[in-house]
Design a protein around this ligand. Structure first.
Ligand SMILES: Cc1ncc(C[n+]2csc(CCOP(=O)(O)OP(=O)(O)O)c2C)c(N)n1
Ligand SMILES: [Mg+2]
Length: 341
């Protein structure tokens, strides 16, 4: 796919304020992740961070055009999705610290939290566990005859799980409004994608299930936005799911507890393709961003993060008495079924 063409097409539809908002969200995500990285080395937090540094354009670009009532199901590397869906950084940071003010009220951290009011279904650390839930959400939208959509995020490694194949098949046969977004960052833990997947593009697997599949540059936020918008429009029309493979690269180790073992020249190559650096250069080139606005955004984001960390540090831990709250559905089990109490 020619990114340049898409970017130009996209720019015709977008206002400068949207471009700045996209840029700001990516800067915010990067700053959030780097703060978490620092906090992890300095203090004890319940989370081992799996950072999305380098992959910010995917969550931000895909969520930006969604409606409030659309749903998403983030992967284990999904902080950009939470921020782009409107979860305040302070609340998200409280989650990192395991505090009662976080999205899961301190019961778990990044990998198992959701926010129903913001349209975020809780994921899980089990890779591939998103598929049944996302397809279930799509089925609910279809049965209720709403035109909501669900975005389902997963990595290249997760696309080898059985749930992926079952999920895509069911979504296609039922024409469900689900957009499958593969963040192909070229590795699953230490395994390079070419050692685990025989096809060149994961998107080509869509053909086997009868849905459109497309491989795009996941480090170009404009391309991500445009492609997802097209898939969303198709899903809202009732034409069914799509698979979008976003080629990208994580610029941190698999998680902050793990050693980096990838070749330094490979990392340098991808740092050069950093989505934020590229979008910044594009916006400067287009005259949308200048030094003054850029510095203002950086200062505002840094200040917002200071407030977020302070809020998280000062927030209380959950009360032990709340241990079982929000864990079980309301109602009683009768005859093996959940019934209204
Ligand atoms: C079902 C399951 N098997 C194994 C793991 C251990 N595990 C955690 S992350 C990961 C690799 C995930 O790779 P990918 O799907 O490409 O996502 P990425 O980490 O690259 O974002 C594995 C195998 C797991 N969490 N769940
Ligand atoms: Mg991966």
């Amino acid at each position: 796919m020619e990114n340049q063409d898409l970017s130009q097409r996209f720019n015709q539809n977008l206002k400068d304020a949207d471009l700045i908002a996209l840029y700001r969200l990516m800067v915010l995500t990067r700053e959030f992740e780097m703060r978490v990285c620092k906090i992890y080395t300095q203090t004890t937090i319940p989370e081992t961070p799996h950072l999305c540094v380098g992959q910010e354009a995917i969550g931000v670009g895909s969520c930006y055009g969604l409606r409030k009532d659309d749903f998403v199901l983030p992967s284990l590397r999904g902080r950009s999705v939470f921020l782009a869906k409107g979860v305040p950084p302070s609340v998200l940071m409280a989650g990192v610290f395991g505090k009662a003010t976080g999205p899961s009220k301190g019961k778990y951290t990044a990998h198992h939290m959701g926010d129903l009011e913001k349209g975020i279904l809780a994921g899980s650390l089990l890779i591939g566990s998103q598929f049944p839930t996302a397809v279930g959400a799509g089925l609910a939208f279809k049965l209720k005859k709403t035109d909501q959509v669900c975005l389902c995020y997963f990595g290249d490694g997760a696309s080898n799980r059985g749930d992926f194949h079952e999920g895509l098949n069911l979504a296609a046969i039922q024409k469900l409004p689900v957009i499958f977004i593969c963040e192909n960052n070229l590795y699953a833990l230490y395994t390079p994608v070419e050692k685990a997947i025989a096809v060149k593009d994961i998107a080509s697997r869509a053909q086997g299930y009868g849905m459109p599949g497309i491989t795009i540059d996941g480090n170009d936020v404009l391309t991500v936005y445009q492609t997802v918008q097209e898939a969303v429009a198709r899903a809202r029309r009732g034409d069914g799911p799509s698979l979008i493979e976003c080629k990208t690269y994580r610029l941190r180790p698999h998680c902050e507890r793990f050693q980096e073992n990838r070749p330094p020249e490979e990392l340098a190559y991808w740092w050069d393709k950093c989505p934020i650096k590229r979008f910044k250069a594009h916006l400067f080139d287009q005259g949308v961003l200048n030094e003054e606005t850029h510095h203002r955004i950086e200062a505002e984001v840094a200040e917002e993060m200071n407030r977020a960390v302070q809020f998280a540090e000062e927030s209380p831990y959950p009360d032990a008495a709340e241990l079982c709250e929000d864990v079980y559905a309301d109602g009683v089990i009768r005859g093996g079924r959940l019934c209204a109490s």
